[in-house]
Design a protein around this ligand. Sequence first.
Ligand SMILES: [Zn+2]
Length: 361
Amino acid sequence: MTPLLMAVHDAPIPFTGSDGRVHLVYELWLSNFSSGDVTVKQVDVVGDGKALETLDAAAVATRLQAAGQRVSAGTMPKGSQGLLFLHVTLGPGAVVPGQLSHRIVLRAEAAPPGLQEMTETGGVVTVDRAAVAQIGPPLAGDGYISADSCCDATRHTRAAMPVNGRVWVAQRYAVDWEQTDAQGRIYVGPQDKLESYAIFGKPVLAVADAVVASVVDGRPEQTPGKYPTNIPLEQADGNCVILDLGGGRFAMYAHMQPGSIRVRKGDRVKLGQAIGLVGDSGNSVVPHLHFQVMAGNSSLSANGLPYEISAFRVTGKTDGTAAFDEAEEKGTPLAITALSPVQEVKDAMPLDQLIVSFAAR
Ligand SMILES: [Zn+2]
């Protein structure tokens, strides 16, 4: 008997992160098909027969989320389903495995006494070697914060949503770009004024030569500093643009200023062309640019895809999401550890909570 069923619905696509490592990000679906609790004690991610990563019980407990839950736990009640959010990294030059599987050590309450501890193997998946989208920067200038970027921040990477009869993680690699001034402040002046925010009104740039796949405009700005209430899911992106990058890849920009979008559906845009201005429309707490790439012309019912930005500089790292949240809420300087020398990055995804400079326009 194997009480846990395992499956991977969306195979990981390896990409290079701004740390120079290769990252594999995906979800292992677990179903407890037994009549009692199952506690997951250890998970080994196995690549072509050898262990790549081991999660102990404590690590599993921070990464296993039951369907419909935002909290994580290492024990699955009978009949329940959950997603184990996995993030495997490989050193530069390491061979990317062709196939992944998972060895799980667990305790099943429904098994007879003495037989409750067991090890299962499953969730076999072929690594997806689809070409990673190579794009330009979505913004220009200095002091941008890659908030809630890949791979262990929860707000995007774990945004598994049931839409049209299937769970999608469209935001798996999304970033909420914000910006600091020279003193590390996200806003200066009244918290509830759009103009107080460093990023407000910055041009949003086409990340490639592309065709405009969809445009939504005319949605109002929110009042910064508090989450809007009663925003329907289909209006969550606010004023947004989706670009068809070709090859089944689409780039999405959300929360732009009403009336600022300069392109229409069907237009051809050029790499670096300004398509609108950063705003605070839709489900947005402060002005920011939500940017993601996905496998369809929909910000919700499409598989989130990795991408690599051609060139940027990492000038610092923040103290993490909690420090960022506090600076965003209070307007106090964000604790930043400056990198010296600054890191010049080519063809990589900006990872979470970095201070990033893009080329000036
Ligand atoms: Zn976002």
